[in-house]
Write a protein that binds this ligand. Sequence first.
Ligand code: COA
Length: 254
Amino acid sequence: MIKHHQEDGILKIQLNRPEKKNAFTNAMYRELTKILAAGDLDPVVKVILISGAGNSFSAGNDIADFIKSPITHDDAPPINLLKVLAQLAKPLIAAVDGVAVGIGATMLLHCDLVYANNEARFIFPFVSLGLVPEGAVSLLMPRLIGHQRSAEILFFGEPLSAEDARQIGFVNKVITEPSALPYAEQRAKTLTALSSSSLLHTKTLLKGGQLKSDVVNQIDIEGKVFIDRLHGLAAKEALTAFLEKRPPNFKGLD
Ligand code: COA
């Protein structure tokens, strides 16, 4: 469910489960983690480009999986993926068409360049699901836009448009074509013509301490609370409500 191939120095990765808006199963997290880690070490790969099939980027964690096999420890597939993303040395570009939800939105804060089409919608629905942010969002988002604007986004979990995301700063450019992918590919190609070592050093300098402990530490801190919440009554109600296509009722569940 993750397609990938290397072409002229670009590792092209496509999340490929379009019938479920590319929602991540545990197997998909494992596969993507392996592909990214291998690509980061492969001398042929200069740039990594990730996109989604079928006019969606990703609807986040598979909700049925959350209920069937909720993660129980911090050595879990989504947490491992986020740590690899946070520590990737090579330039990572995302092309976002359509929805980017949950981890599908979170992972964008770890990309170096994000291009989105006009239809892109970004949702951080953690509180609406009785959960908490993951992937160091609670650290990276306030760094980008401050506490109050982050609270607005994370408390309410309302969809952000491509233009909202560009103004916040985690989308570089809104593409008016049907798909952001051709533009992202062109940008990736431009990077492959530059000095790879210069790019690597520049990414390390830009990320500074972020490549080291504080982001990974925050991923662990959030992960512990997330797992605890995932096993709680509020999350069970919200996730069941999604599958039953009804609004959740959190009354008396805290
Ligand atoms: N897990 C499992 N299935 C999902 C899913 C997810 N995260 N997101 C979407 N799907 C499924 C839907 O159940 C639907 O399946 P069906 O056709 O068998 O009923 C299909 O994908 C299409 O989704 P749909 O809801 O009809 O599309 P939409 O365009 O109306 O809405 C979303 C798209 C992403 C806004 C909406 O599906 C959604 O809110 N999904 C849940 C996102 C989420 O909370 N993820 C977890 C974050 S931690």
